[in-house]
Write a protein that binds this ligand. Structure first.
Ligand code: MN3
Length: 251
């Protein structure tokens, strides 16, 4: 799968000209590590090494009239930004190497605090969520190998959407609904509470997320109020199936 990388990792690779060069530095190139700051010095060059939000790949109002601009702005710039900030605070406090991706932390999340669990999950889940949407398109649907796998697993795309929607509607309280690939390479639908996800070792459902739907009230309440089902049904119009397909092909 394609890893969601921290900004630092991307900058590290970019600033060292090639990925190969970055790898050759290894740990030996790490000259200093300032636990109280976001700066690492590697072969004389200072890199910002905090987990950071990627820029939203569209404007706040790009998903109107499915998700309103105010919801998107508050969700991205307040809620999700806070998860990322708190992840960095937890990473410093708990000795996480945040020059790396967050996935290894999620895979061993049982070793960390609840603060790490909530915020590493919150960071990962939202970064995936933003990338998995795009402006509304008519008859929005997967194609190719992903469509074939969905039809094989759930009989039809319509049946898949219905089952996913039911799982999303039935998640009590706050959480996420997922399309994920399990250890046997099977496509699965499931949900997780709070900011948990299938990458976590403590999760009831385990695998690699392809697509996640945020069903916290902050994701829809300004426009949909108590009508979570309407939010879920409308959301299919803005799913970026090209992005989901790319993730599927890399597993
Ligand atoms: Mn959210």
């Amino acid at each position: 799968m394609k890893h969601i990388q921290s900004k630092s990792r991307r900058n590290f690779i970019k600033n060292t000209a090639t990925g190969t060069a970055a790898i050759t530095f290894g740990l030996a190139g790490l000259e200093s590590f300032a636990a109280g700051s976001n700066e690492n010095k590697i072969n004389g060059t200072v890199f910002n090494t905090s987990f950071q939000q990627q820029p939203l790949p569209y404007k706040y109002d790009a998903l109107e009239d499915i998700i309103d601009a105010m919801t998107m702005e508050i969700h991205y710039s307040k809620h999700a930004a806070t998860y990322t900030k708190n992840l960095n605070d937890a990473a410093k406090a708990e000795g996480v190497d945040y020059t790396k991706t967050v996935e290894p932390v999620l895979a061993t999340i049982s070793k960390y605090t609840a603060k790490m669990r909530n915020n590493a999950g919150g960071h990962y889940n939202h970064e995936l969520f933003w990338q998995s949407m795009r402006p509304k398109t008519e008859k929005n649907a997967p194609s190719g190998a992903l469509l074939a796998a969905i039809e094989s697993s759930f009989t039809s795309f319509a049946a898949f959407k219905e089952k996913f929607g039911e799982v999303a509607k039935n998640r009590f309280g706050s959480g996420w609904a997922w399309l994920y690939v399990d250890a046997n390479k099977g496509l699965k639908i499931g949900s997780s509470p709070n900011q948990d996800n299938p990458l976590m070792d403590i999760s009831d459902i385990k695998g690699t997320p392809l697509l996640g739907l945020d069903v916290w009230e902050h994701a829809y309440y300004l426009k949909y109020q108590n009508k979570r089902a309407d939010y879920i049904n409308n959301w299919w119009n803005v799913v970026n199936w090209d992005f989901v397909q790319q993730r599927f092909e890399k597993i």
